[in-house]
Ligand binder design. Sequence first.
Ligand code: GDP
Ligand code: MG
Length: 456
Amino acid sequence: MTRQNPETHTERSGDTIAAPATPPGAGGVAVLRISGPAARTIGETITGKPLKERVAHFRSFTDADGSVLDTGIALFFRAPGSFTGEDVVELQGHGGPVVQQMLLRRVLSLGARPARPGEFSERAFLNDKLDLAQAEAIADLVASGTESAARAAQRSLEGAFSGRVNALQSRLTELRVFIEAALDFPDEEIDFIAESDVLERLRVVTAEVDALLDETRRGQVLRDGVTVAIVGLPNAGKSSLLNALAGRDSAIVTDIPGTTRDVLRETLSLDGLPVHIADTAGIREADDQVEAEGVRRARAALAAADVALLVIDPTQPEAPQRALREEFPGGVRCIEVINKSDLAGEAPSVDETAGRVVLSARERVGLDGLVRLLHGVAGLADAGEGAFSARTRHLEALRRTREHLARGRQQLQELELPETLAEELRLAQRELGTITGEFLPDDLLGAIFTSFCIGK
Ligand SMILES: Nc1nc2c(ncn2[C@@H]2O[C@H](COP(=O)(O)OP(=O)(O)O)[C@@H](O)[C@H]2O)c(=O)[nH]1
Ligand SMILES: [Mg+2]
């Protein structure tokens, strides 16, 4: 299915939807949003008088029997100049849960139906007010847990990410036109391949996809954060490190080896990077049943992590501590944390190439070096002002785009099959199109918008 024509869609979705746009609970103001062909009539019935476009009307909101439910501001946005692209009325009343309920009930009694989660954004998308990546950016902006994530989501909302995707689409279109034109002259096909710069053009486009993949990966980390497991032998100072990073006593610290048994999880913002961090039991052969279970859980946390912080106590033999590294599952990146610098009489330091940092968790010195290393490992070290937010879904689409390009290249180079290259380019474009929603596989819309909140 391709994206629908906005006109035909408006006809199909002839119903009017309503939902609170502000969170439930008590607050100064609550906004009730109504969108669809009946929005204006409903707003005028409740406020008793005509609503002018884009004018703040201070009115009473009345019930069916004429009694006043609330007083507040009514706003009318005429289609297509609204968030959804339809007629929209916003009733800004007092933010009490009961008042809001009464007003919503009144709106529904006048012919609106409750909006599904994300339905306002979905209509905005279907009416071409936003593309899919921008609609997702709205949800990400609302959900962002760090300032950098919020800024990145804002950039995606403004179209920074979609713009890059669209630029790639144009490049691929150019390449397809070029190849398909050549295919119309079959006799010259082989010469065309040999003489033309198709391969060079393909190389350039592939490099552009790679560059976008890199930035998208960063954007996904900004949105979702990195998962970190603190591991090491007992008493290395793992729990002390968690407490130092969290800035509070989250985990129990003692000099008794084997204190930590359960995995302790915290989500921290380290210089704007969301970090889901797990403190774990020291990995050793444990005879105690509870500790043995703790060790099993430590290994599971390690397997699920993007990054392991291997904490080493320099006052103990280092080789057996470092030997743990051999047990790390593939794909887990490791930062070596040489702890207890105060005892070792060593100054805190950081070696970015080796991925090693010397610090003291107890004295809380040298932590900035560790945070810097984490940013580097997350690929955020050079995330400049232009970083945009992205989702795993986008990353996967870009990876598949990349695969189609690689396969197309192979078909052309090894098998001299320009037709297959043309087909792979078409598939690459479809993959890119799923990011912005220009191409919509079945169920994609539902999968995305149902994860939104009601009223969004
Ligand atoms: N001198 C010093 N002692 C530390 C440091 N970090 C941890 N310790 C001590 O080492 C012992 C074990 O610490 P803990 O965080 O429980 O280690 P874990 O078993 O790896 O979680 C405790 O007595 C801590 O006070 C440090 O940086 N310097
Ligand atoms: Mg511990």
